[in-house]
Write a protein that binds this ligand. Structure first.
Ligand SMILES: C[S@@+](CC[C@H](N)C(=O)[O-])C[C@H]1O[C@@H](n2cnc3c(N)ncnc32)[C@H](O)[C@@H]1O
Length: 230
């Protein structure tokens, strides 16, 4: 019967001279082997696919991020019917207008065409670039401006008219923001989803193209009765 201590037994197992033939073979083979070499074609393919992946990610990430924020608001462009309804709701109005979450700028540009000094705020840098390019192309760059900005961090108090094409979950917090910031006499147009508590003064269109017009009353606007610059 063996009387070796556990430590001695372990040493015996790990001693090099007791290494098995198979293990020796493996370790010898390892010493002589060279890392696999990438062919020129393989290297080019790897570089191109890496560049394509990086490019596609850079393009797509700005479209995905707004959809996974606290109030997920993905890019869905307004239909022509929706834009017509917004413009009809604002007939007779003038001054400044801001589309919060302006997408490719279509509502801002339609408003600029109607004579508003129009602004758009948007998180997606590609959509901002596209909107600015569209403004130039349509000769509206003096009347329409676009900023890469978070709508929740945008002070709305200096605009006469606000347009929002949002999602249902954001309408309640947005209502609170509007109530805190908008002076009396200003107008808000909500597309597709209404503000949950305010009473609209006008509803136009139907289904997904419905828009609701709100006039901020003195009672909700508190002491803010005058507009500053924009
Ligand atoms: C439903 S789309 C409306 C686009 C445009 N207003 C229209 O009617 O065609 C909402 C837009 O809001 C943008 N967005 C989402 N979260 C935002 C945020 N926190 N601040 C500014 N824009 C945001 C999205 O990128 C998207 O383009």
């Amino acid at each position: 019967m063996s009387t070796l201590s556990p430590a001695a037994a372990t040493r015996d197992v790990l001693e090099p001279d007791t290494e098995c033939a198979f293990c020796k073979e493996i370790s010898e083979a390892g010493k002589n082997s060279k890392p696999p070499k990438l062919s020129r074609r393989g290297a080019i393919l790897l570089g191109v696919s890496g560049a394509v992946f990086a490019g596609v990610s850079a393009l797509l990430v700005p479209f995905v991020i707004p959809g996974i924020r606290k109030f997920a608001l993905p890019y869905i462009p307004a239909s022509s019917a929706q834009i017509n309804n917004v413009m009809k709701a604002l007939a007779g109005r003038s001054g400044s207008l801001i589309d919060i979450g302006s997408g490719d700028g279509r509502i801002t540009l339609a408003a600029a065409q109607k004579g508003f000094r129009a602004y758009g705020v948007e998180l997606n840098r590609w959509l901002i670039l596209y909107s600015r390019w569209s403004a130039w192309r349509q000769g509206l760059h003096q009347q329409a401006s676009f900023f890469r900005q978070d709508l929740w961090k945008t002070n709305l108090s200096c605009y006469n008219n606000v347009v929002i094409f949002g999602v249902e979950s954001m309408m309640e917090p947005l209502e609170k923001k509007l109530q805190a910031e908008m002076p009396s006499g200003t107008r808000i147009v909500a597309c597709r989803f209404p503000l949950p508590s305010w009473q609209p003064v006008l509803t136009l269109g139907e289904g997904v193209d419905t828009v609701w017009l709100y006039a901020v009353p003195e009672s909700l606007a508190g002491n803010r009765s005058s507009l500053s610059s924009r």
